[in-house]
Ligand binder design. Structure first.
Ligand code: NAP
Length: 485
């Protein structure tokens, strides 16, 4: 008999949501294995100044734990972290979480029909089901730039912000100009001496329209939950409608493009800087960035945007290909995450010794982003091809959690031990998915963290979230093999 019915890897939005729903169903035999000393996942890790979510908070929260108290339309990291901790406490998840529990490997034991999960330190535990909620944005990507190790001052990654480094009055260089940089640049620009932003590729940026909620509004959301529900539904459908912007050539795509260009023109008067900041690829190919203060920060007199490629780094400078040295006291890497492996350091082994890395030699793929052929009772949350460019990931996570609960219930109802998705069903699903993705902006000509070096889109879902909801609404047992007791 297994130690647990369910072992969940990771205490981020996915893992906590899974645990909350298990608990709701009266299931107590589960454990959350968390390598850190605190819950929160990416929201625990990303504490850079201005860190927050560009999806409205009324929508970027669980449907089963809506929060009338969000103080802003777009909340910052401390408030999101506090929300997650509150939900974990309220739902009684604390006793189920094991901190400092780093999973080193997980192996399906065919003879006993369970997962054997090995933790760093030598302990092994067993579970009937293994839910991997390790996320897509948890391993910082460090670029390989010649001389990076020679830099003499402090340097750190945006996802591991070093708060002990005082930036006041310093010459700060930032490498990378994506979603994270866009949030912290406006915060640090007024305080630093000079800020040099090394941008490899410009992004499409649209205004956010952020504002604080008045206490009376929050009171209204509290006493009249249907108003909060209405706000959430409104935001969901507006975003869903925005999917059209990801269909190249559509009117909506053109509307977004024109809106972003007009926003750039309104805030950046210098034609040279504007040219640097104007993308030359279709909107939506990379993540569309959402900000109210980014361009305003870039036009400050102490900020320079460098679009020339970096050649190498020296002890006190970043040198571009044209030979220009830009001196710096502090170097910040805002270079994103390793997003394509979906694995990190964990080695997961399914039936007949097949590992996930072998199964994914040509790129990570799954069935509905949740199950993988050859890996019985293994479920992924925010797995391959479940990321979005237009709506809330929490919506996707909740569809996956519902699906996993349904799958577990079916195994029980059928008197089986496990289910394993059929290889042909998974292949068919991925053929259709990749075909559909070809018609989206994600496939347009740009490099992004959504795809592998050879262009296979491993991270994003191919359509509106309503299509994902339909696809995951019911577990179709025809697509699965049941493993008997
Ligand atoms: P990112 O968007 O992937 O940006 C990384 C930046 O680093 C890009 O500008 C990239 O340039 C640059 N870069 C990477 N390697 C480089 C190199 N060797 N030399 C020069 N530049 C290099 O990473 P991120 O900003 O951390 O954001 C990642 C994702 O996290 C986002 O897309 C989003 O999904 C999520 N996020 C969400 C929020 C939110 O509000 N919801 C906030 C922050 C992050 P290229 O573009 O040329 O590759």
């Amino acid at each position: 008999m297994a130690d647990y019915k369910v072992a969940i890897l990771g205490a981020g939005f996915g893992g906590l949501g899974m645990a909350a729903r298990l608990k709701e169903r009266g299931e107590d035999s589960f454990v959350i294995l968390e390598k850190a000393d605190r819950i929160g996942g990416t929201w625990r890790d990303n504490t850079y100044p201005g860190s927050g979510c560009d999806v409205p908070s009324h929508l970027y929260s669980y449907s089963f734990e809506t929060n009338p108290g969000w103080t802003r339309k777009y909340s910052l990291q401390p408030e999101i972290q506090a929300y997650m901790e509150r939900v974990a406490g309220k739902r009684g998840l604390g006793p189920h979480i094991r901190f400092h529990a780093e999973v080193e490997s997980a192996r399906w034991d065919d003879a006993d029909g369970l997962w054997r999960i090995a933790l760093a330190g030598g302990e092994t535990l067993t579970a009937e089901n293994f839910v991997a909620a390790w996320g897509q944005l948890n391993r910082p990507a460090w670029p390989t730039i010649e001389g990076a190790g020679d830099f003499g001052g402090p340097s750190f990654h945006s996802a591991r912000w070093d708060h002990s480094v005082d930036l006041a009055g310093k010459r700060v260089a930032v490498i990378g100009c994506g979603a994270s940089a866009l949030q912290f640049i406006p915060r640090i620009a007024p305080e630093v001496g000079t800020l040099t932003v090394f941008q490899r590729t410009p992004n499409w940026v649209v205004p956010r329209g952020d504002r604080g909620y008045h206490p009376l509004e929050r009171l209204l959301f509290k006493v009249a939950p249907w108003v909060l529900g209405g706000s959430r539904a409104f935001k969901y459908w507006i975003k869903e409608y925005g999917w059209k912007a990801f269909e190249p050539g559509s009117k909506m795509s053109e509307k977004f493009r024109q809106g972003a260009l007009a926003y750039l023109e309104a805030h950046v008067k210098d034609p040279v800087l504007r040219a640097k900041l104007t993308p030359d690829y279709p909107i939506g190919c990379k993540r569309i960035l959402v900000a109210d203060d980014f361009y305003q920060a870039l036009v400050r007199p102490n900020v320079e945007v460098v679009a020339d490629p970096i050649a190498h780094i020296e002890a006190d400078a970043v040198v571009t290909a044209d030979g220009t040295r830009r001196e710096a006291d502090v170097l910040i890497y805002a270079t994103g995450f390793e997003t394509n492996s979906f694995m990190g350091v964990h080695e997961v082994t399914g039936r007949n010794g097949l590992t996930l890395s072998e199964a994914w030699a040509d790129g990570a793929h799954a069935y509905l982003g949740v199950t993988v052929a050859g890996f019985p009772n293994f479920f992924m949350l925010y797995g391959p091809n479940t990321n979005l460019g237009h709506n809330s990931i929490i919506f996707m996570l909740e569809r996956q959690i519902d699906y996993v609960l349904q799958a577990m219930a079916l195994v029980k109802a059928k008197g089986a031990r496990a289910l394993d998705v059929r290889a042909d069903a998974m292949a068919r699903f991925n053929e259709e998915l990749q075909r559909d993705l070809k018609g989206t902006a994600f496939a347009a000509g740009c490099a992004s963290w959504y795809k592998t070096a050879d262009g296979r889109i491993t991270n994003n879902w191919s359509g509106p979230t309503t299509a994902y909801r339909r696809a995951t609404a019911r577990v179709n047992l025809d697509d699965y093999a049941l493993i008997p007791l």
